[in-house]
Design a protein around this ligand. Structure first.
Ligand code: SDX
Length: 435
């Protein structure tokens, strides 16, 4: 805390002589916070912040976002450097442990993930309970929640060893469950993970291989998949991570908490946006229809949003969107895809939106979901698997944030309050006397 920065804030109630002195807590970087934990006892009032847009719900060392500058750091490392120089399994180690691993640490960690990729064989029949046309996010949510019915030896959240095993199991098994959800939806046999493949390669292998012939993982797709996983790994206290933290604060087991995170991520306002962007581009159909579509978005009564645009925190470019756009061009070029109409449309849509006052005034820029769907489509990933892929990547972020919360000695059950605007107390009226 710099010597000149204020150490307290005072809140006084108009018309009374009552006030509360709130300690100001400074972090490493970013805005300080006013500690309001004693506010109700001192002034008898709550703070009101629906959507938590101005509320710091926890103290975290994992990810830092500067929404105005478009900065994203994982444990202090800029996302641009990690996307270019690191890979997903190393980023998993970094998010979980706080430091980049030595070669020996990375080897041991990677081996730990690899040796947990298989599922309990009984789980295979669990898939059969779903309709073939079930959305894979429904299957992922159900099967991940069911893991707590199989792995009783890693449910004690107070045992560091069991927390570590659960972390390995979740990071390693979610791609297998995701791939099997896809295979189940297309009526193909499940493909078992291979211990000789890296994380992204194994995921692509389980998604695409069939018993009838050998499947070779395309190195271009593998590198692109790995980078997409890195970009989606964590993102501070977003809706699904906050869901995981709140569920975890009750002492629920980690599998149940991650299933809750998957459910929250599914919404189109959150992780479901990548799928919604592709649907939106398909509905626009042709660049000539973009101006009409933009007018619809600007008409509040239409309830139409420009999917893949806007963000609660970023009021500048989402740094992940920039990397994603560059990766889009790279992957399409390397795959020899000359003209991808969806990409042309997305770039034209971005160009028009960024020059339109409605978006400029509201500081609406492309977010991570705007381009991810186009790359995934070019990689042959079906649209209804886009959010599943987001969940595969974000599992390490959820687990890391869950672990940080459980290991925080000040941790207590999350229990927000409210302002009550309902009926005042009143007596029961018998049905015969109701008007
Ligand atoms: C993710 O939180 C995270 O970190 C999430 C995430 C992560 O990695 O975990 O980054 C991943 O979820 C990215 C966001 C993906 N969602 C979408 O692309 C869906 C489209 N975006 C919107 O639904 C919206 O922008 C949100 C949900 C992302 C943010 O909602 P907010 O914070 O309520 O939006 P806002 O307060 O900034 O909106 C300000 C104004 C409002 O208009 P006015 O009332 O001021 O007139 O901008 C409008 C909004 O209606 N607006 C949009 C818009 N987003 C906001 N108008 C049209 N299209 C949009 N996309």
């Amino acid at each position: 805390m710099s010597s000149t920065s204020p150490k307290t804030a005072t809140l006084s109630l108009e018309g009374t002589n009552r006030s509360a002195t709130l300690p100001i807590i400074e972090g490493t970087i970013g805005p300080p916070v006013a500690d309001i934990r004693k506010l109700y006892n001192e002034l008898g009032i709550f703070t009101f912040d629906p959507g938590y847009g101005g509320t710091a719900a926890c103290d975290s060392k994992i990810t830092y976002i500067d929404g105005d500058a478009g900065v994203l750091l994982y444990r202090g490392y800029p996302i641009e450097q990690l996307a270019e120089k690191s890979d997903f399994i190393e980023v998993c180690y970094l998010l979980l442990n706080g430091e980049l691993p030595t070669e020996a640490q990375l080897k041991e960690f990677s081996h730990g993930v690899t040796t947990h990729t298989m599922l309990h064989e009984q789980l295979r029949s669990f898939f059969n309970g779903f309709r073939r046309d079930a959305h894979p996010m429904a299957v992922l949510c159900g099967v991940v929640g069911a893991l707590s019915a199989f792995y009783h030896d890693s449910l004690d959240i107070n045992d560091p060893k069991q927390r570590e095993i659960s972390a390995f199991r979740l990071i390693a098994k979610v791609p297998t469950i995701a791939a099997w959800a896809y295979k189940y939806s297309i009526g193909q046999p499940f493909v078992y993970p291979r211990n000789d493949l890296g994380y992204a390669a194994n995921f692509l292998y389980m998604l695409n291989a069939v018993p009838a012939e050998e499947y070779k993982v395309n190195p271009i797709l593998c590198r692109a998949m790995d980078r997409i996983l890195v970009l989606h790994a964590d993102h501070e206290q977003n809706a699904s991570t906050s869901t995981v933290r709140l569920a975890g604060s009750t002492g629920a087991n980690p599998f149940a908490c991650i299933a809750a995170g998957i459910a929250a991520l599914w919404g189109p306002a959150h992780g479901g946006a990548n799928e919604a962007v592709l649907k939106m581009l398909a509905e626009i159909e042709h660049p000539k229809n973009i101006p009409d579509f933009i007018e619809k978005v600007k008409d509040k009564n239409s309830n139409v949003k420009l999917m893949g645009f806007g963000h609660r925190v970023y009021k500048n470019f989402d740094p992940r969107a920039k990397i994603m756009q560059a990766t889009c061009h790279e992957v399409l070029g390397e795959l020899g895809i000359k003209d991808e109409p969806m990409l042309d449309m997305a770039m034209e849509l971005e160009r028009i939106a960024l020059s339109d006052d409605y978006f400029i005034q509201r500081k609406l820029y492309p977010n991570v979901d705007f381009y991810s769907g186009i790359i995934l489509k070019a990689m042959g990933i079906p649209t209804h698997m886009f959010t599943v892929l987001f969940a595969v990547a974000r599992t390490v972020g959820w687990v890391s944030q869950w672990k940080e919360m459980i290991e925080d000695p000040a941790q207590r059950i999350g229990r927000p309050r409210q302002i009550y605007t309902g009926a005042p107390q009143r007596d029961y009226v018998a049905v015969a006397e109701r008007g």
